[in-house]
Design a binder for this molecule. Structure first.
Ligand SMILES: [Zn+2]
Length: 174
């Protein structure tokens, strides 16, 4: 994790009842090149690692292609560890957020101060729309679940990324 430029502190184990919790949580506050994670995110190491790889390997290059001269200063996370069911439902399956496996990305702030907000972009003809589609597709190389604003109303304003392990290594990305 240090090798890839992440800035984090080890946090005490979380045990929250139900099945929620993380044995060895990290509080991730920044990624390579000083990209701030705002607010700092409580996640498992694997989640932080894949986030760092996605940002460096796909998001940063896509941004510098789409908007030459720009870099990312800050990543806005909308949810990391939280003890809850999927989609905040009263019943049903426990969210991957409750195991530290998931992070929700709301957008980015760039060096110039411009902000990029995750929004429905399936038919967005702008360069920003193309950027969002590119990083969403690329996220499936790093994360096993990718849900975007095209998935359902619950994901209209963020990308849900998680590292849930499935039999056969299946990925769920759409
Ligand atoms: Zn989520």
């Amino acid at each position: 994790m240090q090798k890839i430029g992440a800035v984090f502190t080890d946090a005490p184990a979380i045990e929250d009842g139900m099945a929620c919790g993380i044995d060895k949580p990290l509080l991730l506050s920044a990624l390579k090149d000083g990209v701030k994670v705002e607010p700092p995110a409580t996640v498992r190491c694997e989640t932080a690692l894949q986030l760092a790889r996605w940002m460096e390997g796909s998001v940063a290059p896509a941004l510098s292609t789409a908007m030459p001269g720009e870099t990312i200063n800050q990543l806005a996370q909308a949810s990391a560890y939280v003890c809850r069911n999927r989609n905040n439902a009263e019943t049903g399956r426990i969210s991957e957020h409750a195991f530290g496996n998931a992070i929700d990305i709301a957008g980015f702030t760039l060096k110039s101060g411009k902000t990029i907000t995750i929004r429905p972009a399936d038919k967005d003809p702008s360069l920003e729309g193309a950027f969002q589609r590119a990083i969403t597709e690329a996220a499936c190389l790093y994360f096993t679940t990718v849900l975007d604003p095209g998935s359902d109303a619950a994901h209209e304003n963020h990308l849900h990324l998680d590292v849930k392990e499935r039999r056969g290594g299946y990925r769920y990305c759409w």
